[in-house]
Design a protein around this ligand. Sequence first.
Ligand code: ASP
Ligand code: MG
Length: 420
Amino acid sequence: MGIIVMKFGGASVKNASSIINVVEILLTFKNQPLVLVVSAMGKTTNALEKLAQLAEAGEENAVITQFETIRDFHIQVVKELFGEVSYIVEESLIPYFDEIQRCVEGVLLLGEYPPLMYDRIVSFGELISTKIVAAYIEWIMGDAKWIDVRTVIKTDMQYNQAQVLWHQTEENIDKIVMPCVSSETILVTQGFIASTISGKTTTLGREGSDYTAAILAYCLTAEKVIIWKDVPGVLNADPKLRPEAELLDKLTYEEAVEMTFYGATVIHPKTIQPLYIKKIPLHVRSFLDFQSQGTLISAVKSEKQIPVYITKPNQMLVKVSAKNFSFMDENLVQTIFRKLYHSGIKINLCQTTTLHLILCIDQKVEIPKALESELSEDFFLEFFSDKALNTVIHYQQEDLIKFSNHAVIQVVGHTLCTIN
Ligand code: ASP
Ligand code: MG
C-alpha cells in the first residue's frame, strides 16, 4: 500500500480531546504507512509571536506571564492525556521550555528579535505539539516515531519565508525518512519549520504546514495527501460572506492553485505545485466528521462546474503612468516589474492600458513609500486604498455583467477578476 501523508493543523490538535480525536481518525487507517505532519496546538504560533514582541518591547512582567501561559497550557494537555504517567512526557518537554526562555532572555537583552530569532522562537510550537501527539499515539496505538523535520527539509536563509532546497531535501528524505516508513509505525513530524544547511531553524511562512505535507509527499512519492480541517472540505465561497456556499466534491490542481492565489485560505498557496508535478491527489477532509468524503483535488475535473467566489480583502490599487507621456509598452512594463521584483513587492493582479499600468497589491503601510522610492523619478503614481480583489472561477454571464463597471477587470480562460 502506498504512503499517505496527513496534515493535522492547529485547530485539529487544539486541546486534549482533539488529540484523542486524531487517534480515532488514525485507527480508521490501520495497516497503512502513514506520515503525519502536525502544526502547533491551536493558536500557539500567535502566542509565541506575541512572546517575542513583548520581549522586544522590554515588558519583562508580561513576558513572564505569556511564557507561563504557553507552558501551562501544554502541560495541562499532557496531564489530561496521560494522567498518572504524564510526568514522562512533561520531562521530555522541559528542554524546549528552557530553550524558549533562553531565546526570550536574549531578545530582552538585545531589545530586538531578528528574523532568525523569530523562526527559532516560533518553531517550539510545532516541536512541542509533535512530541505530545507522537507520545499519545505511541501510548494508545503501540508505535510511533518522532522525526525532527529540520534534519530533512533544508532551505535557504530567507528566515520567515524560507525557500526549499529541493535537491538536499529529497536526498535527506530518501535517506532518513524513507527507511522508517512502514505500516506498523506512524511517523510524526512538524509542519512549517525547516533548517538551513548549517542547521539554523527556518520557517516556510505562516500556515506553511500544508506545504510541508506536500514537500514530504513529493519526496516520498506518496499515494495521497489528506489535510484535515474544521470545515467539510473546500467550499465554493466563504460561508460568512455567502451563506449558500456549497461543498465542492472535486477540483483540478489548476482550479485549486487559482483559488489559493486569489485569496482562498483553505490551503496554503504553495501546496499544490509539488503534488501536481507527481500527480499526487490531495484530499481536504473534516476532522469533525471524518466519515464524510470532503474535496478531492487531482487531475480529474468535476462533472459540474460550479462558480467559485473568492474575495481577497485589504488590497490597494496603484496607477502608474510615465511622466513623459510614453505608451505603457513592453519596455516600460518590464522596467517597472523589475523594480517591483527587486523591492520584493508582490502583484496580485495587473492591467495595462495605453498610458497606465494598474496594479493590485496587498495593502501595507510601507508600500507607497517603497513604490515612490523605486518609481517616482520617471512615473506618476496614484494610490487607491481599501479595495478588495474579487475572483469568480467558472463565472457565468451574470457575474460578468455585475462586475463590468469596476476599476480593473480581467478575464483569463474560465476566471474573472475584478477590483472594487
Ligand atoms: N503553526 C504555524 C502557523 O500557525 C503553521 C501552520 O499552522 O501551518 O502559522
Ligand atoms: Mg496554524
